[in-house]
Design a protein around this ligand. Structure first.
Ligand SMILES: CC(C)(COP(=O)(O)OP(=O)(O)OC[C@H]1O[C@@H](n2cnc3c(N)ncnc32)[C@H](O)[C@@H]1OP(=O)(O)O)[C@@H](O)C(=O)NCCC(=O)NCCS
Length: 443
């Protein structure tokens, strides 16, 4: 950090993560990880990352597994977990092991989250962890003649209970066990618990920490983004690696179809993987969503903060005129945006002048990292379609530094007289913008 190049890298990296920090603040993320995560040296770092997410204002629910810890205890007692059709059978001895293992794992996680040593990433973190009887379960019962004993399934999640802890800024820790109104304890799958919790909370994200990258076996490429329908096709064709990816994919698909915005499969063996996934441009995990994860759409009031963030540097450079929050809020219906995983990475406005069947294209901007991939062109097409739908046959733009881009996209130089008269009086000669016009053929 002493060399200037290191410090400028740090500053750039920190600044680049700002839009993601804004996009994630106040959002609810459910993170699930297997008991394997506790068994290697990276776990302390993972917990530090959770602490960081919490301090960045993310409402965090952690769901842990405990399979290796349960199996270890069973082995010590000379027993084995029995499986039938891929489902665990939990007899009385196994349930004892589950209770012991889950209790121990929970205490270990709580201890790590309580750390506050000076000179450690946890200094001053003061995280409060809440755990409790948030998951109500019922027995799987007898299936195909097999009694699954104390193996259960989620019956209900006390979303209100979890929310009230999150509202106080607590991290909520949920274990893969559930309680029934009859006072019994049931052994549950961590993925099922995580999915049910995420659905009950209508979480913004479900992060499933996996043991490996997810690979598409048709071309051996890592899967970066996928819709639930595409994931179904891969699952059906068994084109996924590793095989336990299918368990995570099923959880992700299920969560997204039941109202969770996004699910991410992240290889937890990469140190800092969750941070890379959440705070860098392309992440490194697999993003599952119901619809394509980048969308172009009409803006709404919730986008104002993201638009302001996007245009601020361009206003500073004199490329765009300054806009206040109030102005944006008032005219938000005129804006269109490109949104990618909660972040606004492009915007444009169309101000109509109906009396002259004209419209002004304004505030066209792409985030610096996302330029040069035709998004500007697609945003322009989106605005043109919107304009045609409003009966506009002449689109004009005032620009100081982007004339060539507009000329390459069908605009021609024009003079002030070609502007609608009400716009002519607002023309700022000091800014000395060039005026360009494009005729829109009506279909
Ligand atoms: C103009 C802008 C919206 C284009 O978005 P984009 O997604 O990068 O555009 P596309 O991918 O469709 O086009 C990229 C091409 O435009 C060129 N281009 C980008 N800005 C340009 C400019 N100011 N002048 C001339 N050409 C420009 C790029 O060099 C690239 O061409 P190349 O591939 O031949 O090198 C984007 O560059 C931007 O946000 N610029 C800053 C804001 C701005 O100028 N807005 C207009 C205000 S009136």
């Amino acid at each position: 950090m002493n060399k200037p190049s290191d410090s400028s890298c740090f500053v750039r990296w920190f600044r680049d993560s700002t839009p993601y920090i804004h996009a994630h603040r106040g959002r609810t993320f459910v993170v699930s990880f297997g008991g394997e995560a506790l068994t290697d040296g990276l776990f302390a770092n993972l917990v530090h990352d959770f602490a960081l997410l919490n301090s960045l204002g993310i409402r965090l629910v952690l769901v842990h597994g405990a399979r290796p810890q349960v199996e270890q205890r069973l082995t010590l007692r000379g027993c084995q977990m029995r499986y039938f059709n891929g489902l665990r059978v939990t007899d009385a001895a196994a349930l004892e092991c589950v209770k012991e293992a889950v209790g121990t794992v929970r205490v270990e996680i709580e201890a790590l989250l309580s750390m506050g040593l000076a000179n450690s990433p946890m200094a001053g973190a003061r995280i409060r962890v809440a755990s409790g009887n948030f998951v109500i379960a019922r027995p799987l019962g007898v299936r195909d003649g097999v009694d699954f004993g104390h193996t259960g399934e989620v019956r209900r999640v006390d979303a209100e209970g979890i929310r009230s802890q999150l509202n106080q800024g607590d991290v909520v820790l949920v274990s893969p066990i559930g309680y029934s109104p009859t006072g019994e304890v049931f052994n549950l799958g961590a993925e099922e618990v995580a999915t049910s919790v995420a659905v009950a909370l209508r979480a913004d994200k479900l992060l499933l920490l996996t043991e490996q990258d997810c690979i598409n076996l048709t071309d051996n490429s890592p899967i970066r983004q996928i819709t639930t329908d595409e994931a179904d096709i891969l699952l059906e064709a068994q084109q996924l690696f590793p095989s336990d990816a299918s368990l995570h994919f099923k959880a992700a698909i299920n969560a997204c179809r039941r109202g969770v915005q996004r699910a991410h499969l992240i290889n937890r063996r990469i140190d800092g993987a969750s941070l890379l996934e959440l705070f860098t441009r392309d992440g490194l995990g697999t993003l599952v969503s119901l619809t394509p994860f980048e969308t172009m759409r009409q803006a709404d009031i919730k986008d104002v903060g993201g638009i302001l963030e996007l245009i601020k540097p361009l206003e500073g450079q004199g490329i765009l005129v300054k806009r206040t929050r109030e102005n944006l809020e008032m005219h938000i219906s005129m804006y269109s945006v490109i949104e990618r995983d909660g972040m606004i990475l492009g915007c444009a406005a169309l101000h109509p002048f109906p009396e002259e069947s004209a419209g002004e294209l304004a505030c066209l901007a792409l985030h610096e990292d996302y330029r040069g991939e035709n998004r500007g062109e697609r945003l322009l097409e989106f605005i043109e379609t919107k304009a045609r739908g409003m009966g506009i046959n002449k689109l004009f733009v005032l620009t100081t530094q982007t004339t060539h881009w507009f000329r390459e996209h069908g605009f021609n130089f024009a003079d002030i007289a070609s502007l609608p008269s009400s716009r002519q009086v607002q023309y700022n000669p000091q800014r000395n913008s060039k005026i360009l016009v494009k005729g829109l053929a009506t279909t």
